[in-house]
Design a protein around this ligand. Structure first.
Ligand code: GDP
Length: 445
């Protein structure tokens, strides 16, 4: 999805801060450099990247971070805050006129998703108790009026279209008539779809500007296809000069765009992103929240809290040693036990796992997690000889029976633990190598 690889890279960069205590200037520089590269590779506009990384760097090297008990956490927070800022800061809601009808005009290149958006917006407004009407002021494309009628039908709202012979070919007149029509028919919102061209074009821009002048809309929404990458900035600037707009709608966020357009357009134009479109169906549409989008990009889950707890509970060297063991397949039952004892220091494992980014699908399994199992697991491992703990392959039937007796458990329980350990070791090895773990019925650790 959009932001996929950007998200991955930013998350990785920030995760690397996790085991650090104090941050040196070169730690900060290294992190900022990685962030800069990730943003540029995602097609974010150069000026936006420059400003973003300068601010992050300056703040990360500042006294607040230096004096903080948890510098890594502070840096993650700064990156998050600045990401929210370039996405526009506070959420900006659609503005309604004090006296209806509220007039919303859509502008953008052909194929940006204006007509689809008109339907999405209408459907969303209807759900909210409004009575919108769609207006077909795109008279360039032969099929445009028809397409709007289809979309209107799907949304269950009427479409105002020029009657043959009456204003056909004159979108300004159509738009003006539509507003009058809305007033008499008590439609409280008028959504005007305008013509687009494949590239920015003077006639199209003039037509849009004329419509704007004639109907004085409460909102002019510039619809931009998130897939257009580097061209986004130039297109947005051209529309800002040519028609000007009050807000932005990002469309096709469901595609595999690298996300640069989305991350550039608000700061380059100074106009807020109000909605996001995420698919072809009329329901694939939502108000845009800069803070939620930032968290989604950083895939933080609650990584901030995780960092904090990890810093408290884990010795840095020990953590590195564990990672090394996972990667080299020398992780033993003894390590398993040591790790479990550390995890107990972290309070509920359930809570910790829930905070790990990307662990959403495990939540259900975690719900069934019984921490008292830990005590039994501990007893089983403690009943093993040191050699057995280091090499689970030694555990034949008679040894397992002895261990079960020694720990007051059953052979079945011993077997289950050994299986889980082997699965966990395998899974951690995959994770350590950067893969995605498969977790078949992981059960209690
Ligand atoms: P217009 O020329 O600006 O009116 O653009 P359209 O509304 O006709 O959309 C152009 C194409 O993009 C159509 O095939 C739409 O179905 C598709 N489309 C619009 N919005 C989205 C979106 O958010 N996601 C995806 N995947 N496709 C979209």
């Amino acid at each position: 999805a959009t932001f996929g690889s950007l998200s991955e890279r930013l998350t990785d960069t920030l995760k690397n801060l996790r085991t650090k205590g104090k941050l040196s200037a070169s730690d900060v520089d290294g992190t900022v450099r990685e962030i800069r590269r990730a943003l540029l590779d995602a097609d974010v506009a150069f000026d936006v990247v420059k400003q973003f990384t300068n601010t992050v760097r300056e703040r990360a090297l500042g006294d607040d971070v230096n004096r903080a008990l948890n510098p890594a956490q502070q840096v993650v927070q700064i990156v998050n805050e600045e990401l929210v800022n370039i996405l526009g800061g506070e959420q900006r809601r659609l503005q309604f006129a004090k006296r209806p009808p509220t007039i919303i005009m859509l502008a953008g290149l052909q194929g940006a998703g204006k007509t689809t958006l008109a339907g999405k917006l209408a459907k969303w407004l209807v759900k909210d108790g409004h009575t919108p009407v769609l207006v077909a002021a795109d008279l360039q494309r032969p099929n445009a009026v028809n397409q709007l009628q289809v979309v209107g039908g799907q949304a269950g709202v009427p479409v105002f279209a020029p009657e043959p012979g009456n204003g056909v070919g004159n979108p300004v007149k159509v738009a003006k008539d539509a507003v009058k029509y809305a007033e008499t028919k008590l439609h409280d919102v008028v959504i005007v779809d305008t013509a687009g061209r494949l590239g920015v074009d003077r006639d199209m821009m003039k037509q849009a500007a004329d419509i704007r002048k004639a109907i004085d809309p409460d909102e002019v929404l510039f619809v931009i296809d998130a897939m257009i990458g580097q061209d986004a900035v130039a297109t947005a600037k051209a529309f800002q000069e040519g028609v000007d707009f009050t807000g932005v709608v990002l469309s096709k966020l469901d595609g595999d765009a690298r996300g640069g357009a989305a991350l550039s357009v608000a700061s380059v134009t100074g106009r807020p992103i109000i909605f996001a479109s995420t698919g072809e169906s009329l329901d694939d549409f939502e108000p845009f929240y800069p803070d939620r989008m930032a968290s989604r990009i950083l895939d933080l889950g609650d990584i901030l809290t995780l960092i904090e707890q990890a810093q408290e509970a884990f010795d840095e060297d020990e953590a590195r040693e564990m990672a090394e063991k996972f990667a080299t397949d020398t992780f033993t039952l003894e390590d398993f036990l040591k790790q479990m004892q550390q995890l107990k220091n972290m309070g509920s494992i359930k809570k910790m796992m829930g905070m790990l980014p990307g662990m959403g699908q495990m939540k259900q399994q975690l719900e069934n997690f019984d921490e008292s199992e830990l005590v039994r697991t501990e007893a089983i491992i403690q009943s093993m000889t040191p050699a057995e703990r280091r090499n689970s392959k030694l555990l034949n039937g008679s040894r397992r029976l002895r261990i079960a007796r020694g720990s007051g458990t059953t052979v079945t329980e011993v077997n289950a633990l050994v299986n889980r350990f082997e699965q966990a070791a395998k899974m951690m090895k995959t994770v350590a190598k950067g893969g995605v773990p498969q977790m078949p019925g992981m059960g209690p650790i």
